[in-house]
Each structure stands twice: as structure tokens, then as C-alpha cells.
Design a protein around this ligand. Structure first.
Ligand SMILES: [Zn+2]
Length: 452
């Protein structure tokens, strides 16, 4: 067998309970409301044709609409076909001025359960070659509309969705391998089915389809502190100078460190795709593509970011601050400065750049403040343990911290986190804060295509 078999432990969320703590308010649209959906199940049939050099997806979504009105979704490529409850419909652009753009349906529907069917093609991050097709769903939280919607129809970060992929490559002689963070079943040659854990959102999925043979792979196990055997895959391009042995040693080391700090590894696997130095990395649930230097940072995100997940751009700073603080080995600081990291529109989807350096300084200040009560690390462990596999917001994180330390942090959060930073003073967007934590570089599609 050449495919990865990943076992998934049955958890509450797999039985259909989702625990999102973030809800997006409806927005006035035309003469009615447009509503953010609660997607229950999304099934994607993705077909690549090597001869025609096409990638097409047929999506079926079952969703709950909380009130009458239009519905928001997102999809960057054009649709070829769309129906809601079996009736023809279309997606139109909806712009939130100065913030983001997504799609809205052109038909109003009643509150209740509905089905959406969409067909579209996508062409981003695909390479059709003589050996086969390479395709990846690389994502970013630093540029807008860079989650699943780049390729396939999707809901938003607040929404936990049961997702199924069926992936087929037509007219290919060579076998393909799919690196992905779900449970893969190989149906036939170049035909896979994947079931993803149901706590996932639009930012969770690691997806990298490649022809066999052009990558070097190392597979090994890690024994978790809770007794589980965690299968780990590290891989790189055959032409890359990365040492997989170095990646293996570091992965095992960081996994032990993270388990000690925050409890058992919260996924049933780990996948790391090693890319060249100075490229930073990107986190996924139990997976990453990363340069060697950013490996610890991206693994930290398998706890904070892709297990406890930010529900919108305003909460994206929390996991970046935690991961960056850990990169620096949890220093304490005395002087907080206004960051404005959660001062943006609730519809913004990207993370404020101040999340890294300035955000981690705030955690160092709080750690010092609560030193006599054990500091921030035990809180983070407790917070993680009680909020696994959920979507959170900044006010929720604040309340958790207030409850744990039995104190009121309204003034601190208002001043340093919620309030818009002034253009003078504070950290602003200084060069220093941009460059201090270079683990999430902004990548163009051209940069990302080089990682295929
Ligand atoms: Zn990060």
C-alpha cells in the first residue's frame, strides 16, 4: 500500500456536536438580510484530467439557515452550475468595504435546512506535468480569501464542518500519492476518498497531491504521553537539500516539549512537508509545510490555531502570540504596548501583523503579572484542555483568563488589544515587528507554486 492510512479517534465532534463559540451577525443585503450559514456536511468530488489539464469539483453542501434571507458562502473561481434545494441559483459578489469580499446567493430562502450544489473548475497551485499532476490547497491567514475558497466552495472560519473529499486523477499512468490530514481510503489506482475530523473549518485542511516517486518520505511513530502511537510523516522534494533525519529528530523533540507544556498531541497524526530555508511555514490541523527553522512554531499551531481555532481575523492574534512567545522560550516583559490586534471589523479574515512580536510581548507581560499565581503557561494548558476542537474569539479568551486568575482584565484588553492603535507610538507596523517573527511570510501564488 502506498497511501497513508490515518486512524481517527471517535470524539464528541465526530458524532455531530460542534462547539463553535463564534457567530457572525447577518448583514443587510438588498431589502433583506444575508445570513452566515451553519454547514453540516460538505462533500467534494474533485477530478483532475491529465489529458485535458483540468481540475473540476462537484460540491454538495447541507446547511442550516438560522433565519429567512440570502446566504453567504465563498468561492473565488467562477461557478459552472449551482442549485439550492434543486432550483437554479447563482453566487454574487458581496463586498464589505475596506475589509473583505465574499459571495452571497441570489435567492432568499426560509430558515431551516437546505442543500446547495455547485460545480466549478480551479487552476491555482496546480501543475500538470509528464509525470502526473501536482496540486495543493496551500493557505494563508495573512492575505484575504486564502482558505478553501481559493479552490472549492466553502463556509467561513467560525464554521465547523464535516468534510469528505473524493479525489480522482483521470488519464494518468503513474500512481499518485495524497498527503492530507484526514482518513484516506484508496478506492482504486488514482482514486481516493478522504474523511476529515468534523471539528475542521475552512482553514484546517492540508492537501498535497503528487505523483509517486518525486518526493523523499520518512515515516515513524511517536509514543504520546497518553499512550497513543502517533504516526508521523515527514517528506521533501527529492531535489531538496533538507535532511529528513534532522526533521525527524526535531519533530520528536518538539512533540515531547509541546506535550509537556500543553498536554497530549491533539491530533492522531502529524505530517510535515519540509520546504527550503527562509520560506517560513503554514499551519494546518496536525500538519504543516515548513522550513526547518519554523518547525516548532508550526507544530505549536497544531494546538493553538488548528485545534483551538480562531473564528475570525480578530482572534487570529492569539495563536500567533502564543507560538511566537514559545519560539522565544516564554520570556517575561514589564511594559505592554497597544497592539490593536483585535480592533478590526468582525468580518475581517486576516490576522493583524502585530500578532507576532508585539502580541507575544503582551503574553510576557501577563506572565509576569500572574507570576505569583503560576504564570501564563499553566493557564494555557488548562485553557487548551477545556476548549479542544473548538472555535474561539478574543472575548472568550479574555474571559477564560479572567476566570482562571480570578481577576478583571477589561482595562488591559481594551487598552492593548481591542483599541485601535494610534499611528504614532505603540508598535504600529514598524519594520521591527514585521521582521521579528518571519515564520509566516506573505507568499504570492508564484512563490507557493514553487513548493508544489
Ligand atoms: Zn504562526
Amino acid at each position: 500500500m502506498t497511501n497513508i492510512i490515518i486512524s481517527v479517534v471517535l470524539s464528541l465532534s465526530m458524532l455531530g456536536f460542534t462547539k463553535s463559540k463564534v457567530k457572525q451577525k447577518p448583514i443587510q443585503h438588498k431589502s433583506a438580510k444575508a445570513v452566515f450559514p451553519d454547514v453540516k456536511v460538505a462533500t467534494y468530488k474533485i477530478t483532475y484530467d491529465l489529458k485535458k489539464e483540468t481540475a473540476k469539483v462537484h460540491t454538495k453542501i447541507v446547511f442550516e439557515q438560522s433565519q429567512d434571507g440570502y446566504t453567504f458562502f465563498d468561492l473565488v473561481p467562477e461557478t459552472d452550475f449551482m442549485e439550492i434545494d434543486g432550483k437554479k441559483a447563482q453566487l454574487e459578489d458581496k463586498r464589505i468595504e475596506g475589509v473583505t469580499k465574499f459571495k452571497v446567493t441570489n435567492k432568499q430562502i426560509k430558515a431551516g435546512e437546505h442543500t446547495l450544489e455547485i460545480k466549478n473548475s480551479f487552476d491555482k497551485l496546480i501543475d500538470f506535468g509528464t509525470q502526473g499532476v501536482k496540486s495543493a490547497f496551500w493557505m494563508s491567514d495573512l492575505s484575504d480569501r486564502r482558505y478553501l475558497e481559493q479552490f472549492i466552495p466553502s463556509s467561513f472560519e467560525y464554521d465547523q464542518v464535516k468534510m469528505y473529499f473524493e479525489v480522482q486523477i483521470l488519464n494518468a499512468n503513474k500512481e499518485h500519492r495524497l498527503f492530507t490530514n484526514g482518513k484516506i481510503t484508496k478506492l482504486a489506482k488514482n482514486h481516493f476518498k478522504v474523511k476529515y475530523p468534523s471539528f475542521y473549518t475552512t482553514s484546517s485542511i492540508f492537501y498535497h497531491l503528487v505523483p509517486e516517486g518525486s518526493y523523499k518520505i520518512r515515516e515513524f511513530d511517536y509514543k504520546s504521553i497518553d499512550g497513543r502511537t502517533i504516526p508521523i510523516t515527514v517528506y521533501k522534494k527529492s531535489t531538496s537539500s533538507n535532511s529528513l533525519l534532522k526533521f525527524k529528530t526535531a519533530t520528536l523533540k518538539y512533540m515531547a516539549q509541546l506535550e509537556k507544556d500543553f498536554g497530549p498531541w491533539p491530533h492522531d497524526f502529524f505530517i510535515a512537508y519540509g520546504v527550503s530555508p527562509f520560506q517560513g511555514g503554514m499551519e494546518y490541523a496536525g500538519a504543516t509545510w515548513t522550513s526547518f527553522r519554523a518547525l516548532r512554531h508550526e507544530m505549536d499551531h497544531s494546538y493553538f490555531a488548528r485545534n483551538i481555532m480562531p473564528g475570525r481575523g480578530n482572534s487570529g492574534w492569539i495563536d500567533e502570540a502564543i507560538a511566537s512567545w514559545g519560539d522565544d522560550d516564554y520570556p517575561q516583559y514589564s511594559t505592554p504596548k497597544a497592539t490593536g490586534v483585535a480592533s478590526h471589523s468582525p468580518y475581517r479574515r486576516t490576522t493583524d501583523r502585530n500578532a507576532y512580536g508585539p502580541g507575544s510581548v503582551l503574553l510576557g507581560v501577563l506572565d509576569k503579572k500572574f507570576d505569583s499565581k503560576g504564570g501564563l503557561k499553566p493557564f494555557l494548558k488548562d485553557y487548551f484542555e477545556r476548549n479542544k476542537e473548538t472555535v474561539i474569539s478574543t472575548p472568550f479568551f479574555q474571559k477564560e483568563m479572567e476566570d482562571y486568575f480570578n481577576t478583571n482584565l477589561a482595562e488591559f484588553f481594551d487598552k492593548y488589544i481591542y483599541r485601535k492603535r494610534s499611528t504614532r507610538g505603540g508598535f504600529g507596523l514598524s519594520q521591527k515587528s514585521k521582521t521579528r517573527h518571519p515564520f509566516h511570510k506573505k507568499h504570492s501564488y508564484k512563490d507557493l507554486k514553487a513548493f508544489l
